[in-house]
Ligand binder design. Structure first.
Ligand code: UT7
Length: 335
């Protein structure tokens, strides 16, 4: 018994925010953002929309695409760093909105690597025979948590809102060369770098109160990042772990038909391609349109690639991600 991706869906909120819109707020420029990141625009939610709302829309599409009834879903794995509330996990809110009944819900906190961590967990639950259909969703509302003043421009220009979902289902494999299945996933973390990209507050580790006026004044409730250090580690770790998982799967990089990388920076993805000798035309990017939607970038990219006819049934997909923690991961699957 193996697992495969049987359905894919995504949802982006309709409001488009261009780099020119950000020029009005953050003392930045379209030229700087495009040159340094490749981002042209991103989507932001309206005030009444939350992470579980985006996840709901993407999940409905993935369920339809998998041609299953929602009552067949055994488990939700929800990857997000921007939950509706600190607790309970956003997966519980999503389960209720979808009307799924008392199925297992697991929220995971691996930031930009969250989707691939979730894919690995889903694969294990399926291979063990415990579950048949798992809804894996990555969803983020960043826009409500960004410092939209000049102080926050180094991080504020990078992130967007969105959701992507897949259904991971069980299948009996007789032909690995043609049948859809997940071949391998590899997951890593190094907490020595936890404060290189983090949200310091609210916090139980910074004094008597989780939140104080001082923290607010210092902007500690906004994400903080050492961008250069993250960039250096991302290119190294993504390329190393992707090469390893491709080899473990019995293939060479040239055998991979399409690369779905996390979308943090176009330059990171081009550097990974260069380090591995990958043809850039095989790397499918969406960052120009949606910015960095953290746990949602890979399923959104997969959905876009399918809709554009770039990702077709039977293709071998190589995927890699890197994010806060530091965490990083890679996977190979046949679609
Ligand atoms: O999702 C996973 C986690 N995130 C990432 O993987 C992001 C990894 N890092 C990066 O993508 C890049 O490091 C950034 C895009 C964040 C920054 O690019 P960079 O080429 O590393 O720029 P930098 O941080 O070295 O900053 C260069 C300059 C600085 O000015 P000075 O000191 O050279 O005068 C910044 O103050 O650019 C300035 N700057 C900006 N200017 C205009 C920083 N942010 C902005 C901005 N607009 N938004």
């Amino acid at each position: 018994m193996r697992s495969y991706i049987s359905g894919v869906g995504s949802f982006l909120p309709p409001k488009v925010v261009t780099n020119f819109d950000l020029e009005e707020m953050m003392n930045t420029s379209d030229e700087w953002i495009q040159q340094r990141t490749g981002i042209v625009q991103r989507r932001w939610v309206d005030e009444n929309t939350s992470t579980s709302d985006l996840a709901y829309e993407a999940s409905i599409k993935a369920i339809e695409n998998a041609k299953i009834d929602k009552s067949e879903i055994d488990m939700i794995i929800f990857a997000t760093l921007s939950p509706d509330h600190d607790f309970p996990g956003t997966g519980c809110f999503l389960q209720h909105k979808l009307g799924l009944g008392e199925v297992t819900v697991l929220d995971i906190r691996q930031q930009c690597s969250g989707f691939l961590y979730g894919l690995s967990i889903a694969d294990k639950f399926i291979r063990s025979g415990e579950h048949k259909h798992i809804l894996l969703v990555g969803a983020e509302v960043h826009s409500k948590g960004l410092d939209k003043t000049p102080r926050g421009r180094d991080v504020g220009v990078l992130f967007g809102d969105g959701a992507g979902a897949v259904i991971v289902s069980s299948t009996a494999i007789t032909d690995t060369e043609t049948q859809a299945h997940i071949l391998n996933t590899a997951l890593y973390a190094d907490g020595a770098h936890a404060k290189e990209l983090w949200l310091p507050a609210p916090s139980n580790a910074m004094g008597a109160e989780r939140m104080s006026q001082k923290m607010l004044d210092e902007g500690l409730h906004y994400p903080q990042m050492n961008g250069r250090n993250v960039f250096i580690h991302a290119t190294k770790k993504m390329s190393e772990c992707l090469a390893g998982v491709v080899t473990k799967s019995g293939y060479q990089l040239k055998d991979i038909d399409i690369f779905l990388f996390h979308q943090a920076n176009m330059r990171i993805n081009m550097k990974v391609a260069e380090l591995l000798g990958i043809d850039e035309s095989k790397v499918f990017n969406t960052i120009q349109d949606f910015g960095n939607t953290t746990a949602a970038t890979i399923p959104i990219g997969m959905d876009c690639a399918i809709k554009k006819g770039v990702l077709k049934k039977g293709m071998l997909v190589g995927s890699a991600a890197f994010g806060a923690g530091f965490t990083w991961a890679a996977s190979v699957w046949r679609y």
